[in-house]
Write a protein that binds this ligand. Structure first.
Ligand SMILES: CC(C)(COP(=O)(O)OP(=O)(O)OC[C@H]1O[C@@H](n2cnc3c(N)ncnc32)[C@H](O)[C@@H]1OP(=O)(O)O)[C@@H](O)C(=O)NCCC(=O)NCCS
Length: 190
């Protein structure tokens, strides 16, 4: 039995699940045809916060469709999840589960950084947006992005940003994201 299992923590959500319906999705940027929403993402699909048990529903395999993940043991996963959970209102990883097969088929994260500037406001960053290649083209990437963008405002961010490769710039411009004049993204890798 896993440690989290023994403690009954397997199904603790990373963030308040009520946020999935509290965000006013009518204000989203995308148009949906057929109509879907965070509360009704499609037949057999469920949008909800990440849980520890998603380790066994293919969450880490899904992330491998995005970038290098490496070998992450369940213990490592649990420790990272609990550390994120401890940063109250800091991490919002939302997943889409195909309940017919019990697999996580889409995921994205909003990380919220607390600031002193802008009257002690917060800045959001959207990270690790991925939809399983068998489920692409069904508006789910759009749904994840729209939801997290609206959520960032709902939880008090004064702005939200993201980094992406050239080939997905067009995807993000659909949601009001722009390359800001005179602003540069700089990075040093280790
Ligand atoms: C990018 C990704 C999340 C899109 O997911 P998806 O569920 O297939 O996207 P959707 O079906 O919601 O498509 C929404 C819209 O974006 C467009 N779109 C989708 N992928 C796109 C891409 N790579 N580039 C440009 N436009 C794209 C679609 O044509 C659609 O346009 P429409 O609304 O005018 O019809 C998915 O392709 C993916 O997981 N890719 C691999 C991981 C990745 O690159 N993530 C982004 C990291 S920065």
């Amino acid at each position: 039995m896993n440690l989290s299992d023994a403690n009954g923590l397997e199904d603790v959500p990373l963030f308040d699940p009520n946020l999935v319906r509290e965000v006013n999705f009518k204000e989203c940027s995308g148009t949906y045809n057929p109509e879907i929403s965070p509360e009704s993402p499609g037949e057999g699909l469920l949008m909800r916060p990440l849980k520890i048990s998603d380790y066994d529903r293919g969450f880490m395999e899904l992330l491998k469709q995005l970038t290098v993940v490496g070998d992450v043991s369940r213990e490592q996963f649990e420790a990272r999840f609990n550390s994120m959970l401890g940063c109250k209102n800091g991490y919002y990883t939302v997943v889409i589960e195909d309940t017919t097969c019990g697999q996580v088929i889409g995921a994205a994260t909003l990380a919220v950084e607390q600031k002193f500037i802008h009257e002690c406001s917060s800045k959001g960053r959207i990270e690790d947006v991925v939809v399983d290649n068998k489920y692409r083209g069904k508006q789910l990437g759009k749904l994840l992005l729209d939801f997290l963008t609206l959520l960032s405002r709902h939880v008090g961010c004064y702005k939200v940003s993201l980094e992406c490769k050239d080939q997905v710039v067009k995807f993000y411009t659909n949601f009001g994201y722009v390359k800001e004049e005179g602003q540069n993204y700089m990075c040093r890798r280790f």
